[in-house]
Design a protein around this ligand. Structure first.
Ligand SMILES: [Zn+2]
Length: 437
């Protein structure tokens, strides 16, 4: 009997253990990403999160109640943005895990879940925006356009970022890191060149939607957008760089279709709705109307960049310029190209992509191509356009040879030899011929 009872009770114990609600998910990590417009808070969870989220005032707090979840991360070890979150606390009550973040000020929130992708598992994403944030004002826009001798503006777009790692190499190299490295190098080259100015659509490891990237290009009055990517493909033997421009008729190759699809899913990955909320027909007509100009210019610019990559790098993927309807290229007003720098899925190229030597080489090739295109096709009102017009300079009172040389972006020695000058002395009214840069 006693034995029977023990057996009986142990059965009950087993039953209780089995019946007691299984934890639906572990919270394995809490991360913050910061971009210029928002702070993104990411919970790494072991399963799709069931949660309730709300904010409280006096003092400002963000509260997230997770159903049947276990906290498997140390809240004290989280790298929190101190300007927004002063403390993170947790408590447990009847199977619910409550995470409370004490905020330094009021925020607007937007939350969504993400499914596993590459190295990431299930995630809950909460975007926190300043309640009273004025729209980010980009100063360059109007000041640039009003200048008589304005700089040519190049939007440099490092593909992916933050929760969207892009393609993944066998050795763990992430596309988002390589694109940012090359983007920074390219921007440095552009900014060193007189008459040019670069800006980065993202300058750190955070996510920006595809639509936002083109919006930034437009706000900054970019003359050209260069989007940098590294390819990933199922076959590790495939290699080589390629340059893509917009095809108004959709992709012209299978590879193009495949890439288009991937870019689309990448945007969903970041939790962005893209153009879904717009009437597709109206959007299409508007795009088509003005697309002809920018596609023509994109092809010219893309061709120059492709030539430079071909002569400086070992191998190109495919022949000629490639065409596909990438979202980031769909700008009716701004010429744009997408540079796939190499295949990160090819072990040799993955290794190369990580080296600063190769990153500099790619940046240099893209820069030379862009510069060549703009020298041949300078937009009106730019320093380069004026330079092309002004073949001569009449010396005015106070002009010095070094100032004139600087103004036209040529060296003093070049200016001197071009005009057969024996000294640096100038006469007022003297006409100097300006050599081509
Ligand atoms: Zn990419």
């Amino acid at each position: 009997m006693e034995r029977f009872l023990i057996k009986f009770f142990s059965l009950i114990v087993v039953a209780i253990i089995t019946v007691s609600p299984l934890k639906a998910g572990d919270i394995n990590g809490i991360r913050f990403w910061k971009d210029p417009e928002k702070t993104r808070l990411v919970f790494d969870v072991s399963e799709k999160a069931e949660y309730k989220l709300f904010t409280l005032q006096n003092p400002h707090r963000l509260v997230i109640d997770f159903k049947n979840a276990d906290l498997k991360t140390d809240l004290n070890k989280i790298d929190v943005p101190k300007d927004l979150v002063s403390k993170i606390r947790s408590s447990e009550k009847s199977g619910e895990l409550r995470i409370v973040m004490d905020l330094t000020h009021e925020v607007l929130t937007r939350d969504f879940t993400l499914n596993p992708y590459q190295n990431y598992g299930h995630r809950l994403v909460v975007d926190l925006r300043e309640k009273n944030a004025r729209k980010q004002v980009i100063k360059t826009a109007d000041s640039v356009i009003k200048q008589k001798n304005r700089d040519i503006v190049i939007a440099i777009d490092a593909g992916h970022g933050g929760e969207d790692p892009g393609a993944l190499g066998k050795k763990g190299t992430r596309e988002k890191h390589v694109t940012l490295e090359v983007a920074k190098r390219l921007a440095a080259l552009v900014n060193k060149e007189k008459g040019f100015k670069a800006f980065l659509t993202r300058s750190g490891d955070y996510y920006i939607g595809l639509e936002q990237r083109t919006k930034l290009a437009r706000k900054n009055r970019a003359d050209l957008l260069v989007s940098l990517h590294a390819d990933g493909f199922t076959d590790p033997r495939v290699k080589g760089a390629s340059v893509w421009v917009l095809s108004t008729r959709g992709a012209n190759t299978e590879m193009g279709k495949w890439l288009e699809q991937r870019e689309k899913s990448s945007d969903r990955l970041g939790g962005v709705e893209s153009l879904q909320n717009k009437d597709p027909l109206v959007a299409q007509v508007l795009i088509d109307l003005s697309m002809h100009y920018s596609v023509g210019e994109s092809i010219k610019a893309g061709e120059e960049v492709r030539k430079q990559l071909k002569s400086r790098m070992s191998k190109m993927h495919g022949k000629g310029l490639r065409k596909a309807a990438f979202m980031v290229l769909r700008m009716p007003d701004i010429p744009a190209m997408l540079v796939e720098m190499a295949f990160i899925s090819n072990p040799t190229e993955e290794k190369l992509l990580k080296t600063s030597k190769q990153q500099n080489k790619i940046a240099r090739a893209v820069f030379e191509g862009v510069r060549k295109y703009f020298r041949a096709n300078p937009p009106d009102g730019t320093y380069l356009a004026n330079l092309a017009k002004a073949k001569s300079h009449r010396v005015a009172r106070g002009d010095t040879l070094s100032e004139i040389a600087a103004e036209y972006g040529v060296s003093i020695s070049r200016l001197k030899s071009h005009n057969k000058l024996k000294s640096s002395r100038l006469r007022i009214g003297q006409v100097l011929s300006i050599p081509e840069v």
